[in-house]
Design a protein around this ligand. Structure first.
Ligand SMILES: Nc1nc2c(c(=O)[nH]1)N[C@H]1C(S)=C(S)[C@@H](COP(=O)(O)O)O[C@H]1N2
Ligand SMILES: [Mo]
Length: 480
């Protein structure tokens, strides 16, 4: 009897949890915010690095959805826990969770006041409803009301996103994709496109929702240890921008994975911007700071000498940057992993000294920029239709910034055999490749590796991403 009652009670508390979460989320969403995303960001900011690494490894490109689900499930579990507390403790704990979430919202974003009000309302609803007797009808009613509110929140968030998309559209085309580039390997089924479509380009960052920025009010500020601080609009930046093709790779991209994309970017060389700003002689680092405070910094001397060929990027594939990819501006140094390449949603370039410590450096990642390892990915390994045994193998390879000198494949422990390389788009871009192999009936292991033009040979030792970037060959098994 007791357990039965407890179970029903748990369900009732969970229903109230859905209602409280829905109310808070709907209020936050009135200005495009989200309590779930606020808490998710706070977890990302504080989770121990092994937990972050495990989450990324297990959830892959679904990391944001997994974090959201985790936060939602955690909130429901917490309401069930609250329900079992004595009355005073329950009210205190519900109020405290509202206050903490509200404070997080105030710290994190500019829509914070509304989100903070949502958190307070959610806490109050939970404090008022939990611990009271409730029937099956009440449980169903609160559950349904909560789900309705969650759906409303989603609609409000979508409206908000649509408004920003319209604002971005009004910025108009930025850069010209021009003639879609070709490399001679068009029409190979299953092979990655030479230029990754923006909507297919991987997204990696610590936010669950991209910060939204008004392009009309946005200005790039160049500040700190400079003789001439700058404030530049998108239009002013566009006047000095050039186009370049380059692959961007996440430091979490293990052998064969999809956290890498190749795009045509439009941006202003950082060396030019720095020239205009005239850095002081004691400036040693360029801090790229995002609108939400997240930073990635780069050694100034290498940027000015061209050893780090960085750009302030405002366009991608012929359009302004998409919200997920950093609209209105980001910093990108082809050849460095995304985590070291500069921030999306750029607010400020600050010249400073080496006392600055970046977001991930505080968490144990190295402070020196990490270069992308040469890598070959196998996209296609298909037995031929005409004659069994003849197998087409094709993929993409990169060794930015110097470019791919060769790609080789091997079957089992056999010799490495060179493949045909497509025309090079740009040294920092990815390069497509293709070959055919004659394979006997049975099961085969296939590996690929890249050699860079500077002589870097892809390392086959399997190394995890933390702390220096992953290594290892993409290995697939093929049945003929
Ligand atoms: N503001 C901000 N910029 C950021 C990040 C972030 O978390 N916040 N993540 C970096 C990482 S780890 C990568 S891999 C690239 C990913 O860029 P993309 O999402 O456009 O592929 O952005 C970088 N810039
Ligand atoms: Mo990344």
């Amino acid at each position: 009897m007791r357990t039965n009652k407890a179970r029903c009670g748990g369900l009732g508390a969970a229903a109230i949890g859905v209602a409280a979460l829905g109310l808070g989320e709907a209020i936050a969403a009135m200005r495009g915010g989200s309590l779930i995303d606020t808490v998710g960001r706070a977890l990302t900011d504080t989770a121990p690095v092994p937990v972050v690494e495990a989450t990324v490894a297990l959830s892959g490109r679904h990391d944001k959805a997994v974090t959201r689900l985790g936060v939602g499930a955690g909130a429901l579990a917490a309401t069930v826990g609250l329900d079992a507390l004595p009355p005073r403790a329950r009210v205190a704990a519900a109020a405290a969770s509202g206050v903490v979430t509200g404070a997080l919202a105030l710290r994190q974003s500019n829509r914070s006041v509304t989100a903070a009000a949502g958190a307070a309302a959610a806490g109050m609803l939970a404090a008022g409803l939990l611990g009271r007797p409730r029937g099956a009808l009440g449980t169903v009613a609160w559950g349904l009301a909560g789900m309705g509110l969650l759906a409303t929140a989603q609609t409000l968030q979508r409206d908000h996103d649509r408004r920003q998309d319209n604002e971005i559209r009004r910025v108009g085309p930025i850069g010209v994709l021009g003639v879609v580039p070709e490399d001679g390997l068009e029409g190979e089924p299953g092979l990655s496109a030479l230029i990754t479509a923006t909507r297919k380009f991987y997204v990696a960052d610590v936010n669950l929702r991209p910060p939204r920025i008004d392009p009309n009010r946005w200005r790039l500020a160049v500040t700190g240890k400079v003789a001439h601080p700058l404030r530049l609009s998108l239009t002013e930046l566009a006047a000095d921008a050039v186009e370049f093709d380059a692959v961007m790779v996440c430091v979490h991209n293990r052998a064969g994975q999809g956290r890498a994309g190749n795009a045509r970017w439009f941006g202003v060389p950082l060396a030019d911007l720095l020239e205009h700003a005239m850095p002081d002689s004691d400036a040693t680092r360029l801090v790229t700071r995002a609108i939400d405070g997240y930073t990635i910094s780069l050694p100034l001397r290498s940027l000015r000498s061209g050893e780090l060929p960085g750009y302030l990027v405002i366009g991608m594939n012929g359009e302004p940057l998409a919200p997920a990819h950093g609209f209105p501006a980001r910093v990108f140094v082809p050849g460095l992993y995304g985590q070291y390449t500069g921030v999306k949603w750029l607010a400020e370039l600050e010249l400073t000294d080496d006392s600055h410590v970046d977001y991930w450096v505080k968490r144990g990642w190295p402070s020196a920029p990490l270069w992308v390892e040469p890598h070959a990915r196998i996209d296609v390994a298909a037995p031929g239709r005409a004659c069994a045994g003849t197998t087409t193998v094709a993929g993409v390879a990169w060794a930015p910034p110097e470019g791919v000198a060769s790609v080789e494949v091997r079957v089992g422990n056999g010799d490495w055999q060179p493949v045909d390389l497509a025309t090079e788009l740009a040294p920092a871009a990815w390069r497509r490749w293709r070959t055919t192999l004659e394979l006997a009936r049975g099961s085969h292991t296939l590996q690929a590796r890249t050699i860079g033009k500077s002589g870097r040979v892809q390392d086959g030792a399997n190394r995890p991403p933390f702390p220096a970037g992953p290594t290892g060959f993409h290995t697939i098994t093929l049945e003929v």
